[in-house]
Design a binder for this molecule. Structure first.
Ligand code: DGL
Length: 274
């Protein structure tokens, strides 16, 4: 089997990035790991997020991946620089791609960012945006109630509508572009779009991240050139039911089309004992 791209998230959110990777790089094999058992990462300290992220990375390194995608904004905010420095394979996060996509989209230079407490408090988006354009007006807000809801598989309906409405009320105003600074949020994107109104462009970093992955793989001559159909592997540190349900929801067309997506349950006890 050819070497895979490793994708990590605290739970199911990174599947939105995996989906876009499959679309843009259909020949590449993915190994996905969601740390469902310890999700959410958002309220955790940077020390804890770093420790958990390294544990996920070690698990994937043992599987001999050729590239690592940190499909989690919180983990990207706290570990990207360290992982880039220490690993010998290319490492990509989701924050810079998201910032670039938003700058590409905005007309009035008013950009909003929503994410976990960890991501917002790290100011990683503000830094990434202002590094490109210091004159932007940026409004950031943490939405701690979104991730637990999504992890329970609650993706639409009255409860989601109410939670999103309450959380985003203070964000309504001049912005014409809103960054979903958490990979779980694209799973409730329709509700977020409805609440913000059609005049606001909703940005998720997945497309731009997959584009960057493609460019970097090409640059390092790592793109898979063979004929094997990829067999993706999905691992969760927690109960497989929720991740399986959401994976089926997201990948319906891909499962039918490729008939090769497999979901494995890896209760990573060894991680806990490290
Ligand atoms: N999906 C993750 C992110 O993009 C983390 C959510 C969480 O675990 O709090 O930030």
């Amino acid at each position: 089997m050819h070497k895979a791209i490793g994708v990590i998230d605290s739970g199911v959110g990174g599947l939105t990035v995996a989906q876009e990777l499959m679309r843009q790089l259909p020949k590449e094999r993915l190994i996905y790991l969601g740390d469902t058992q310890r999700c959410p990462y958002g309220p955790r300290s940077s020390t804890e997020v770093k420790k958990f992220t390294w544990e996920m990375v070690d698990f994937l390194l043992e599987k001999d991946i050729k590239m690592l995608i940190i499909a989690c904004n919180t983990a990207t905010a706290f570990t990207l620089h360290e992982l880039k420095e220490k690993l010998s394979i290319p490492v990509i996060g989701v924050i810079e791609p998201g910032a670039r996509a938003a700058i590409n989209e905005t007309v009035n230079s008013h950009i909003g960012v929503i994410g976990t407490e960890g991501t917002i408090q790290s100011h990683a988006y503000v830094k990434a945006l202002q590094e490109i354009n210091p004159d932007l007006h940026i409004q950031s807000q943490a939405c701690p109630s979104f991730v637990p809801m999504v992890e329970q598989g609650c993706l639409s309906g009255k409860q989601v509508e109410e939670v999103v409405q309450n959380a985003l009320l203070p964000m309504k105003g001049e912005m014409d572009t809103l960054i979903l600074g958490c990979t779980h949020y694209p799973l409730i994107k329709n509700t977020i779009q409805r609440v913000m109104g059609n005049q606001v462009a909703i940005i998720s970093s997945s497309e731009e991240t997959a584009r960057e992955a493609s460019t970097i793989l090409g640059f390092h001559h790592l793109l898979y050139k063979g004929e094997e159909t990829p067999v993706h592997q999905f691992y969760s540190t927690g109960r497989i039911e929720v991740i399986a349900k959401i994976t089926e929801g997201i990948f319906k067309e891909y499962v039918e089309h490729f008939d090769s997506v497999t979901i494995e349950n890896a209760i990573l006890r060894s991680l806990e004992s490290k």
